[in-house]
Design a protein around this ligand. Structure first.
Ligand code: MG
Length: 408
């Protein structure tokens, strides 16, 4: 954390947000889960311990959800994380993998189901003790179970399809992102709607829900270029990168700025084209906690894209937003107004970097549209959203003390 503090020295308010977040949330200690500690856990404890291990940021937002949704969303996440572990294990025999991907949803009703030979690290632990997830899944209300099973099935079938063919066209790219992320958005909308915390009609907003997932997934795919290429995985669509290079590794190996930035800009423009849908979706939400759960990742994604735009470091190292900035985003997003402000801010950040000549006209035009959408209050919350003090004054006071303690 010390290096994060140093990186945020230019923005003292980020340091404040980081400390505020660190000391006001109940986070689990890091480190590998010991087998001994797992042995003493019941299913419920196992699920939350694993959630904290496999995604600390997601664990944080999930645990802020309303009581009614916390457990279903936690299980939804763990089920899909298990499925994704199967997809990602390149050493797993293909035939076995394809069968398992399309049947994974049936395993959710198989008492005692576990996999001992798949994945690594905490993901392997998740599958080794998957019967805990099964047990908790079966305790959910029926409509939640149906949604999770249905989405798990569709995603598994889609993953199996892409285990056998590459992402070539732009349509493939959108379809793959739909399977692994758009379906998550669609499933979450159904869970929200079934909880009755959100309108019934939210479940039928599949295009908007899909865009919410695609915006996040495409941001990750763009950001993870180097890691994926080094691992021999390619998610950037051939149809796009082949316009700029002969081999996708050329972006890493040759410093031809014009071609690699051209390709990067193209993909960022494509990702940003989901922003209007994301704003429309967020404006439909009523519950403040559900809103924050959905909005925080979206704003983080926009912040990431603004950082990646025209940034050649994408081809040389891992580029991530400052922890201080992400803490500031997490603590400041409360309602549609704050989302509009942040989206507007990051649209301006991108605009500043667009070259003066009309080299990237399409991004320029899209940025104008986003600026207009976020400044005219076109998207206001569908009902009231009490601008809640998310962490409260007590936490704020604690931060000052904690900050002093931290200094030593
Ligand atoms: Mg995967």
């Amino acid at each position: 954390m010390l290096s994060d503090l140093v990186r945020s020295l230019v923005s003292p308010d980020e340091i404040y947000s980081m400390l505020k977040l660190k000391y006001s949330l109940n986070t689990q200690p890091t480190g590998v889960l010991s087998l001994q500690s797992i042995a003493t856990m019941d299913s419920y404890e196992f699920c939350y311990a694993l959630l904290n291990k496999v995604s600390r940021s997601f664990a944080m937002v999930i645990q802020e959800l309303p009581e009614e949704l916390r457990h279903p969303v936690c299980l939804f996440y763990l089920v899909l994380r298990g499925l994704d572990t199967v997809e990602d294990d390149m050493a797993y025999p293909l035939e076995k993998k394809l069968k398992l991907l399309v049947e994974f949803d049936d395993k959710l009703y198989e008492d005692g189901f576990k996999l001992t030979d798949c994945g690594s690290g905490d993901y392997k632990v998740l599958l080794e003790y998957f019967y805990h997830v099964v047990k908790e899944f079966k305790s959910l209300k029926r409509p939640y179970q149906e949604t999770i099973k249905d989405i798990c099935h569709k995603m598994g079938v889609g993953m199996a399809e892409f285990c056998q063919r590459k992402v070539v066209t732009l349509a493939d790219y959108n379809l793959y992102c739909h399977y692994v992320a758009g379906l998550v958005g669609i499933g979450l909308s159904r869970l929200f709607s079934d909880s009755q915390l959100e309108e019934k009609e939210l479940a039928s907003q599949e295009t908007l829900s899909n865009s919410m997932g695609l915006f996040l997934q495409k941001t990750n795919i763009i950001r993870d270029y180097l890691e994926d290429v080094n691992d021999g995985r390619i998610f950037w669509p051939d149809e796009v990168w082949k316009r700029y290079a002969e081999k996708i590794e050329d972006f890493r190996d040759r410093s031809d700025s014009q071609s690699r930035l051209g390709c990067l800009n193209w993909l960022i423009h494509d990702a940003l084209s989901h922003v209007p849908d994301c704003l429309e979706y967020l404006a439909k939400l009523k519950d403040p906690k559900v809103f924050r759960f959905c909005a925080i990742p979206q704003v983080m994604a926009f912040a990431t894209l603004a950082l990646l735009y025209r940034n050649e470091n994408v081809f040389m190292k891992v580029v991530k937003i400052r922890r201080g900035l992400s803490a500031k985003l997490m603590t400041s997003i409360t309602d549609m107004n704050s989302v509009n402000n942040w989206f507007h801010h990051f649209a301006l950040e991108v605009e500043k970097l667009i070259p003066p000549k009309d080299e990237d006209l399409q991004t320029f035009q899209l940025v104008q549209k986003i600026k207009q959408l976020t400044s005219t209050s076109q998207f206001v919350s569908s009902t009231f959203l009490t601008p809640k003090k998310t962490f409260g004054l007590v936490a704020a006071a604690g931060v000052v003390a904690a900050g002093l303690v931290y200094a030593y």
